[in-house]
Design a protein around this ligand. Structure first.
Ligand code: F6P
Length: 326
C-alpha cells in the first residue's frame, strides 16, 4: 500500500452549512500528521482545470462559523466523460496528490467511484455534505441540522401571521427526492400535514385533516410539502385544495435560504468528527468509503452502498407526527 503524502480536499454538488468547518477539520488534521494539504476549487470542475490552492492552518482560520464553502462548488458535466476524468487525474499527478477527501452527496460519490476504478492509485474518502440527509450509512449529513433550524424558524414566523389571519399556508421545503427535511421540521413546528415523496399523498386525507382542525377551532394550518412529493409542488397542492377548505390560502417556497447561514453547533461538531475521521481513514489505508456517524460514533460505509441504498424513513417518526398533528 502506497503511503498518502499529499491530501486534497474539495466540496462538490449543492453546498451545505458546515462545509467550511469540515474543510478546517481536514486541513488541521492533515497538518497534525505532517501531511501537505491543498484545496481544489469548484469541485470536479476545478480538478479538471487544475484550480488547486495550498492550504495552511491559517488559511482555514475564522471560517468555522461561515456558511457556504470557501472552496466553492460545482456540478461538473465534463467529469462524467472519460476525457474529463483523465484531465482530472493529470491534475492530481502533477500536484503530487494521492489522497482525496470529497465533501458532497451521492453525485460526488458516484463520480469518485468511477474515477477510482479507472485510476486505482488515487485514494478517495467521502464525507456526506448535503442538507437532504438522504445518504445511507450515516445518521446525519452535514448541513441537515442547520437547514432544519432555518426551516423551523421560518415556519414559526409563518405561523404568527397565519394565526392572525386565520389562514392556511402551504410551505415548500427542499430535499430533492427525500422527505427528511419536511418530516423533521414539520414535527418540530407542529405542521398539520406533511407531504413527502416516500409515501403516497392523498389530498382528500389532507383536506379531511384540515376540516377536523377547523372544527376544533384551529385558527391556522400549515402544510409542509417536500419538493419531490407526488402531489406536486406547493402551488400544485394549493390548486388541489382550493375551494375545498374554509381557509384563505397562501404559498411560501423557502428555497435556497435553507442552504445558507452559519452552521449550528451540532453541524460544527459533526464537521469536526467527519473531517478528522476522513483524514485518519485515508492515512490508515482506507479508500472508497464514506465517513459518517452512527449513534454518535464515526462509521465507514462503502461509497457504492451509500449511493445505492436509500436512507429509510423511521416509521416511529411517522406515527408520532400522525398522532401529534391532529
Ligand atoms: O441536494 C441539495 C439540494 O438543495 C436539494 O434539496 C435540491 O433539490 C437541490 O439541491 C437544488 O439544487 P440547485 O441549487 O442546483 O437548484
Amino acid at each position: 500500500m502506497q503511503e498518502v503524502n499529499k491530501i486534497a480536499v474539495f466540496t462538490s454538488g449543492g453546498d451545505s452549512p458546515g462545509m467550511n468547518a469540515c474543510i478546517r477539520a481536514v486541513v488541521r488534521t492533515a497538518l497534525y500528521y505532517s501531511k501537505e494539504v491543498v484545496g481544489i476549487k469548484r469541485g470536479y470542475q476545478g480538478m479538471i482545470e487544475n484550480d488547486v490552492i495550498p492550504l495552511y492552518a491559517y488559511s482555514v482560520g475564522n471560517i468555522i462559523q461561515r456558511g457556504g464553502t470557501i472552496l466553492q462548488t460545482a456540478r461538473s458535466k465534463e467529469f462524467m466523460t472519460p476525457e474529463g476524468r483523465e484531465r482530472a487525474y493529470q491534475t492530481l499527478i502533477a500536484n503530487g496528490i494521492n489522497g482525496v477527501v470529497a465533501i458532497g452527496g451521492d453525485g460526488t460519490f458516484s463520480g469518485a467511484r468511477v474515477f477510482m476504478n479507472e485510476f486505482p492509485d488515487i485514494r478517495f474518502v467521502g464525507i456526506p455534505g448535503t442538507i437532504d440527509n438522504d445518504l445511507y450509512g450515516t445518521d446525519y449529513t452535514l448541513g441537515f441540522d442547520t437547514a432544519l433550524n432555518t426551516v423551523v424558524e421560518a415556519i414559526d414566523k409563518i405561523r404568527d401571521t397565519a394565526d392572525s389571519h386565520n389562514r392556511l399556508f402551504i410551505v415548500e421545503v427542499m430535499g430533492r427526492d427525500a422527505g427528511f427535511i419536511a418530516l423533521n421540521s414539520g414535527l418540530a413546528a407542529g405542521a398539520e400535514a406533511i407531504l413527502i415523496p416516500e409515501t403516497p399523498t392523498s389530498i382528500e386525507e389532507v383536506i379531511k385533516r384540515l376540516e377536523e382542525g377547523k372544527k376544533r377551532k384551529k385558527t391556522s394550518s400549515i402544510i409542509i410539502v417536500s419538493e419531490g412529493d407526488d402531489a406536486g409542488d406547493a402551488f400544485a397542492v394549493a390548486q388541489k385544495v382550493k375551494g375545498k377548505v374554509d381557509f384563505d390560502t397562501r404559498v411560501v417556497v423557502l428555497g435556497h435560504i435553507q442552504r445558507g447561514g452559519s452552521p449550528s453547533c451540532k453541524d460544527r461538531v459533526l464537521a469536526a468528527k467527519l473531517g478528522m475521521g476522513a483524514v485518519e481513514t485515508l492515512l490508515s489505508g482506507g479508500k472508497g468509503v464514506m465517513v459518517g456517524v452512527r449513534n454518535g460514533e464515526v462509521a465507514l460505509t462503502p461509497m457504492d452502498k451509500a449511493v445505492k441504498h436509500n436512507q429509510e424513513i423511521n416509521p416511529g417518526l411517522l406515527r408520532m407526527i400522525d398522532i401529534l398533528s391532529r
